[in-house]
Design a protein. Structure first.
Length: 120
């Protein structure tokens, strides 16, 4: 698998989220850790599900869920930063990686939808 695919980027991002969660748990931030672990790893899980989508509509649906999870993850990162739980460098690095994945998902969704509309 190429390094620049959304699948690979989401896997690398999930690993970074897992490391962040370990740090959060060491600070006794269990509830926030659970939330960002769920949304941050769900991005890649939904992308992986899209590979075997039953139809183009199902594919778009899976990627749309991944996009929503990316948006939620960015929200949790912002809250963690604004509350002083994570530092600015960690925040910016993870937010940028998540944002790149989200933009790739938006582009993929837009492309597939335009092809679907062109077939009608």
């Amino acid at each position: 698998m190429r390094k620049n695919t959304v699948e690979e980027k989401s896997k690398c991002f999930a690993l970074k989220i897992i490391k962040l969660v370990q740090d959060l748990e060491s600070k006794n931030q269990y509830i926030l850790a659970k939330q960002i672990l769920r949304s941050g790893t769900s991005i890649g899980a939904n992308i992986a599900e899209s590979v075997y989508a039953a139809s183009k509509a199902d594919f778009v649906n899976k990627l749309s869920i991944a996009q929503k999870e990316a948006n939620e993850t960015e929200n949790w990162l912002s809250l963690l930063f604004k509350s002083g739980i994570i530092d600015e460098l960690t925040f910016k690095s993870l937010r940028n990686k998540c944002g790149k994945i989200r933009r790739m998902l938006i582009a993929s969704i837009t492309t597939v939808k335009s092809k679907m509309n062109g077939q009608k």
